[in-house]
Design a protein around this ligand. Structure first.
Ligand code: E4P
Length: 217
């Protein structure tokens, strides 16, 4: 499963990228607002750090404007993925932009039918939002499993990009049900290394070596 990092914070992207944890980046208008940066400027900087797909989201709501914005975003770098919302206009923009050879991430997906039509419109990635479904007491992971089955049934090449990942359990479950990619905030990716038994075991080892008085350096 590929790891995308869901942020526009340069320091976090650099740190995770240096560790080989970043196969791509996803941003959205809220993350751009949080960064306090100019969308074009920060997106360009991200693309200079990460070689994998970098999703930058359009802000228009009608197809023609989305297409124009998508073309402008795609000029930033070769690894730009134009992110469009899963609306009828968004699907029209997806079809046009993907036909021009641009990568397109169709976002804000909350149903299997939405994922099906995004694939038919030529989406490179479909972004089902797990956490936001969990927030309304619907199991987001069931949606990932349904989309996996539908795409496999018909050989759709659209990659399932599990989004709105909020916990380490979401990451495990995404990998188990076969999401192609998951995107998570830096804190969630970093906390994948945590286990209380690792901390406990390390503390015991350090206490024992200290009792011997030995040092390696
Ligand atoms: C994905 O592309 C979105 O940017 C993101 O995962 C949304 O996550 P949230 O529901 O935690 O805001």
């Amino acid at each position: 499963m590929k790891f995308f990092v869901d942020t526009a914070e340069i320091a976090d992207i650099k740190e995770l990228n240096d560790l080989g944890m970043v196969d791509g980046v996803t941003t959205n208008p809220s993350l751009i607002k949080k960064s306090g940066r100019d969308i074009l400027e920060v997106t360009k900087e991200i693309c200079s750090i990460v070689s994998g797909p970098v999703s930058a989201e359009v802000t228009a709501t009608d197809a023609d404007q989305m297409i124009a914005e998508g073309r402008k975003l795609a000029e930033i770098a070769e690894n730009i993925t134009v992110k469009v919302p899963l609306t009828w206009d968004g699907l029209q923009a997806c079809k046009v932009l993907s036909s021009e050879g641009k990568m397109v991430n169709v976002t804000l997906c909350f149903s299997a039918n939405q994922a099906l039509i995004a694939a038919k419109a030529g989406a490179t990635f479909i972004s089902p939002f797990i956490g936001r479904l969990d927030d309304i007491n619907i199991d987001g992971m069931d949606l990932i499993a349904d989309i996996r089955q539908i795409y496999d049934n018909y050989g759709f090449e659209t990659e399932i990009l599990a989004a709105s990942v909020r916990t380490v359990n979401h990451v495990t479950q995404c990998a188990l049900v076969g999401a192609d990619v998951m995107t998570a905030p830096p804190a969630v990716i970093k906390s994948l290394a945590n286990h209380p038994l690792t901390d406990k075991g390390l503390a015991a080892f350090l206490a024992d070596i200290e009792k011997t008085g030995q040092k390696i350096l």
